[in-house]
Design a protein around this ligand. Structure first.
Ligand SMILES: [Zn+2]
Length: 266
């Protein structure tokens, strides 16, 4: 299933588990209870003989799960030198600060310029509105006070980290065999998706979701500008995509280009 490379990384061949998808790319599914149900998200690790890059970081409190998931695909966590954040949402930046604080090696955080002030804690996260914070007080009596207070604290003081590298749509990052940033605004204003050239994999972030095994457009409940998010799908057409990884729902690989064309014209 895998072989040791000179760099000491384990390279996996395509695996039916749908988790380890190709040379130098693997999904890192991690789960957390969110509003009473288990929610699984799919950060991704990319690597080559020089570096390993983590794409998104999970909900707050999932640091050890994230590290365990990395170890399980054969990437030691201290090989991570870069963290790419597709956008500012809490389930994507959740362990960013904890990762930086616990890392023995310097980490370069990268995001789109429009997301940077939010990730750096200069501005309140766009989805943590006054209304969202006020709604905590309307939770049922059965929700413990300590939980409410914790949630409020998190919304007012989410994890943060300096963004050292600003990434623009169309930019090709020479990391892990080549990674192209694609502007996909809508879910948030500076949302980016990534195309990994060696494995022909689209990391869609939250621009698309996989729901019941099917690739779908953006989630209306969490997308700030749905019209813009739908328009962004057309940008995927110029890449020869064989597989899509959605942060919510994981891997999709059935007639990908055809499905993307359907979604882009819908
Ligand atoms: Zn998300």
């Amino acid at each position: 299933m895998f072989t040791q490379t000179p760099a000491g990384f384990l390279y996996y061949k395509e695996c039916e588990s749908l988790l380890l998808i190709d040379q130098g790319i693997a999904l890192l599914p991690i789960s957390a209870p969110v509003l009473g149900r288990m929610d699984t998200v799919y950060p991704v690790v990319l690597w080559d003989e020089h570096n390993a890059v983590l794409v998104d970081t999970g909900y707050p409190g999932q640091l050890s799960q994230l590290r365990d998931a990395l170890e399980s695909v054969g990437v030691p966590h201290d090989k991570i030198t870069r963290i790419l954040v597709t956008h500012q949402d809490i389930d994507h930046i959740g362990n960013l600060q904890a990762w930086m604080e616990g890392s023995q090696v310097p980490i370069e955080v990268a995001s789109h310029a429009l997301e940077k002030p939010y990730i750096e804690g200069e501005r309140r996260l766009l989805k943590f509105t006054d209304e969202a914070i006020a709604s905590i007080d309307r939770m049922p009596e059965s929700v413990p006070e300590a939980f409410r207070n914790g949630l409020k604290r998190l919304m007012l003081h989410p994890p943060k980290a300096p963004v050292k590298r600003v990434v623009a749509g169309g930019e090709r990052l020479p990391w892990c065999g080549g990674l192209v940033a694609i502007d996909t605004p809508g879910h948030t204003p500076g949302h980016i998706s990534l195309y990994h050239e060696p494995s022909r994999t689209l990391l869609a972030g939250d621009a698309l979701v996989v729901l019941d095994g099917r690739l779908q457009g953006p989630d209306p409940a969490t997308t700030l500008d749905l019209e813009m998010a739908h328009a962004s799908i057309a940008r995927f057409a110029s890449f020869p995509i064989e597989r899509v990884v959605c942060y919510h729902g994981g891997l999709f690989r059935d007639n990908v280009m055809e499905r993307l064309a359907q979604l882009g014209s819908a």
